[in-house]
Design a protein around this ligand. Structure first.
Ligand SMILES: O=C(O)[C@@H](CO)OP(=O)(O)O
Length: 248
């Protein structure tokens, strides 16, 4: 049996301000740091250990990993950064307040933008100062790979090659992986691993800073439903709070 741990970053400054974030590189709040450290303590208490860490190129995920590894006394572990684990790109919504956007466009429309599988939010113009195309960390990507917006389907399409080419082979080789990523890049992985339908993925929300565990068979299929470490009710409450962030 293989085990895989996925952790959504702790609270970011834009989570606190309830703003659509996407590829915007905002830091953790003090609460986010505390959540990351608590995730590390939970892992330590459970006797978890890892060989390799994977994270995005965004600091809220990277710093979550650092704090978590610090609690585990594993800051020396190899860390692989990839843009493919970045948050889903939120297009022209990046920076806007979620509740105000729901007031303007309605809860239903915001739910479609936040959680539908294949309807992307409005796209950024390439001339928009928010466009990340000239950011040095994406210099090696082809022009089309730096998104102007993404629906979850687009995120799945860039996360899955990384799963297939980097993560799955490492797991099969016996490496114990911990992944610090984002609400929607984790939803992309969960959709694939659990075989969740395009319709049902709308109801899936990932809480901040709580380790999510997969137990996988030799074919990397889940042996049991994925679960959160710690108090399951607290994890369910935190996921419900994420769901309601997009309401007016
Ligand atoms: O703003 C974002 O980038 C994501 C994660 O914080 O938000 P949502 O939960 O609305 O997809």
């Amino acid at each position: 049996m293989y085990k895989l741990v996925l952790i959504r970053h702790g609270q970011s400054t834009w989570n606190l301000e309830n703003r659509f974030t996407g590829w915007t590189d905002v830091p953790l709040t003090q609460q986010g740091i505390d959540e990351a450290r608590q995730a590390g303590r939970l892992l330590k208490a459970g006797g978890w250990d890892f060989d390799v860490c994977h994270t995005s190129v965004l600091k809220r995920a990277t710093h979550t990993l650092w704090h978590c590894l610090d609690e585990l006394d594993r800051t020396w572990l190899p860390v692989v950064h990839t843009w493919r684990l970045n948050e889903r790109h939120y297009g022209a919504l990046q920076g806007l307040n979620k509740a105000e956007t729901a007031k303007k466009f309605g809860d239903e429309q915001v739910l479609v933008w936040r959680r539908s599988y294949d309807t992307p939010p409005p796209a950024l113009e390439p001339t928009d100062p928010r466009y990340e195309g000239s950011d040095v960390r994406y210099a090696k990507l082809s022009a089309g790979q730096v998104p102007l917006t993404e629906c979850l389907k687009d995120t799945v399409e860039r996360v899955l090659p990384y799963w297939n080419e980097a993560m799955a082979p490492a797991i099969r080789a016996g490496k114990r992986l911990v992944v610090a990523a984002h609400g929607n890049s984790i939803r992309a992985l969960v959709k694939y691993l659990d075989g969740i339908s395009d319709a049902d993925i709308v109801g899936l929300n990932i809480p901040n800073g709580i380790p999510l565990v997969y137990e996988l068979d030799a074919d990397l299929k889940p042996l049991r439903p994925h679960y959160y470490l710690g108090d399951p009710e607290a994890a369910a409450r935190a996921a419900a709070a994420v769901a309601s962030q997009g309401k007016a």
